[in-house]
Design a protein around this ligand. Structure first.
Ligand code: PRP
Length: 174
């Protein structure tokens, strides 16, 4: 579907403004410390890129790829690691960066998995949260926007790998 035909839920400008606020809050909370930011591929890549450039503390970056969705818009509930981190997180201040929390299954799995590796601290920032879709309780430490239960694409989020590059967050109607 053509980009212009899809309703905009959040403009690039709204997203940018909120990310600056999140970066300020995170920089303040971790003041005097270095954090390891872990991006959850692939959806979080664009959010992570924008977020880290507004942080005022030292940052290291790593990525992990976890799959829970196929070409379907529903969660399968199956979580597996497709690509693991390149470094140990033991004794580090770790911040997981996600684009969206939906059922909560991915982060519940990932959080437990990373916690077992012995980080000094482990927190989560998500750009988007769809609380109406939760199957397991999960509360992020930082959240950009709570959004209604509509299928959104753009700003890193895809449908069947399309639309990730769109600057605005848009609604893909069935
Ligand atoms: C999306 C999103 C989260 C997960 C959230 O990833 O990036 O990782 O789903 O859903 P949940 O709360 O229901 O588990 P996806 O598997 O679509 O992969 P992608 O990031 O590569 O698009």
């Amino acid at each position: 579907m053509a980009e212009e035909k899809m309703e905009v839920m959040l403009t690039a400008k709204q997203i940018e403004g909120r990310i600056k606020e999140l970066a300020e809050e995170i920089s303040e909370d971790y003041r005097g410390r270095k954090i390891l930011v872990i991006g959850v591929l692939k959806g979080a890549v664009i959010f992570l890129s924008d977020l880290v450039r507004h942080l005022t503390i030292p940052v290291e970056i790593d990525f992990i790829a976890v799959s829970s969705y196929g070409a379907d818009t529903n969660s399968s509930g199956v979580v597996r690691i497709l690509k693991d981190l390149e470094q140990s997180i033991t004794d580090k201040d770790v911040l997981i960066v996600e684009d969206i929390i939906d059922t909560g299954l991915t982060l519940t799995y990932l959080y437990e998995n990373l916690l077992r590796r012995g980080p000094k601290s482990l927190k989560v920032v998500t750009l988007l949260d769809k609380p109406d879709r939760r199957q397991v309780s999960f509360n992020p430490d930082y959240c950009g926007f709570k959004i209604p239960d509509r299928f959104v694409i753009g700003y890193g989020l895809d449908f069947d790998e399309d639309y990730r590059h769109l600057a605005d967050l848009r609604v893909l109607e069935p």
